[in-house]
Write a protein that binds this ligand. Sequence first.
Ligand SMILES: *Cc1c(COP(=O)(O)O)cnc(C)c1O
Length: 386
Amino acid sequence: MKGIFPIDKFRELRTPFYYYDTKVLRDTLACIKSEVAKYERFDVHYAMKANVNPKVLKIISESGLGADCVSGGEIRAAIKAKIPAHKIVFAGVGKADWEIELGLECDIFCFNVESIPELQVINELAGAQGKVANVVFRINPNVGAHTHANITTGLAENKFGISMRDMEEVIDVAQEMKNVKFVGLHFHIGSQILDMGDFTALCNRVNELQDRLEARRILVEHINVGGGLGIDYNHPNRQAIPDFKEYFRVYDEHLKLRPYQTLHFELGRSIVGQCGSLISKVLYVKKGANKQFAILDAGMTDLIRPALYQAYHKIENITSDAPIQTYDVVGPICESSDVFGKAVDLNGVKRGDLIALRSAGAYGEIMASRYNCRELPLGYASEELL
Ligand SMILES: *Cc1c(COP(=O)(O)O)cnc(C)c1O
């Protein structure tokens, strides 16, 4: 065992695979729990889209968090993991009829609605089931997040949400409908946000909108500020648990929560990001004209973030103490973007070494594809390998 990984066990497993350190996950959840306990009306939902590995979900479900789902499949996965339906919120810019029907049948807590046409369909489908659906409106707050352009969601140019200008109108429309009940507002400005000033900016915007609504005597029971808290991809060991203390404190300080309101959060990456690593085997070391390549058996089909968002994952040779050399670390897929890192310093690499791609617990396994007719990677929880 070198460092934190059970290397001997790893040798018995088919690579590549995801490895989830359940102690890190449990410690992260315990930290969230103790921070949230300081505030009376904070309620955290796990954003399912980050990772639905059943072993990971079971631990999250046992911790008592609710779920933020963005598809019918995620609603099913949440219910299967025993997350109670009354703690499920359902977001997404394009909900299909069957997904809305499933949410209604399960009696989920609410639908985060992104347009009037969607509201009309929910009203109709709820009517057909003789139900009244709780709806909250996702408002696009036009607040930028200092993160990668592909993962900002709260700018006016993004496809998400209802514009602030239309907020009162959609609420009026909802209040005329028989089978929906307007219960709150929803926001989500992006992902991998490390600048707390972005969350402060969102709070200020929410305060403004609330004042606007109160002036019209519209009261809102639930405020949902989405997720987006980032993790430290550079130092997965040193900072395994994100700064939840500061994160929740910022919302407590800046968001003017009314005494009758509940503040909801939808955290994904910050909960599961650091507990996961993608473990891969070196197939070949190849000398190029002016560099050398470490060619892994894992590729962008197993972890697409570097190819999709130029994301950085720390790469470690976990089976070598040989002197450091520099490699381009690449996968076997027939795409030039199938590169995990360029000019990466690693302990000397040879065929058969095991390589860990760290901080891969969020948007890793769940985004795996079968491109090139590859097998999907399996996922193991550390406690099952003991
Ligand atoms: C993706 C998403 C989240 C979770 O984002 P993280 O950055 O993983 O915390 C929360 N809410 C909505 C609506 C989302 O789309």
